[in-house]
Design a protein around this ligand. Structure first.
Ligand code: MG
Length: 124
């Protein structure tokens, strides 16, 4: 099994477990695309809250703080699971979508033009 196949297998296990969790609670009727997008945004805000009022240097230092690492782990998992459910609502393959976006970013941000620069693609 290739690393990609292992990754796909692990993703499918998480995806199946998330959907089973939802279905066991009969929450699918509440999980319309609008509610899921709102949930994703709220979870992203919970991630952002970790860094509220912190400087760039302080935010970097927090990567070594166990309590912050645990909080970030929880919030990125929430975000990921909402992404899984949004993808499911639209019948999209989340991994394929991410691969497609990475390929598009390769074109948008050519290495020779974007290396070491933070400008958006249209300002390169
Ligand atoms: Mg959360």
């Amino acid at each position: 099994m290739t690393d990609g196949a292992v990754g796909a297998c692990r993703f499918e296990q998480v995806r199946s477990a998330m959907l089973a969790f939802r279905d066991a609670r009969e929450w699918k009727p509440f999980h319309d695309p609008k509610n899921l997008a709102e949930g994703l945004t709220l979870e992203a805000a919970e991630l952002l809250e970790v860094f509220q009022w912190k400087t760039t240097e302080e935010s970097r230092a927090l990567t070594e703080d166990p309590a912050t690492r645990a909080k970030v782990e929880e919030e990125i998992a929430d975000c990921f699971l909402y992404c899984v459910m949004v993808a499911d609502a639209f019948g999209l393959d989340l991994i394929a979508a991410a691969q497609k976006k990475l390929a598009a970013n390769e074109t948008k941000y050519p290495r020779d033009k974007s290396r070491g620069r933070r400008e958006k693609y249209d300002a390169l």
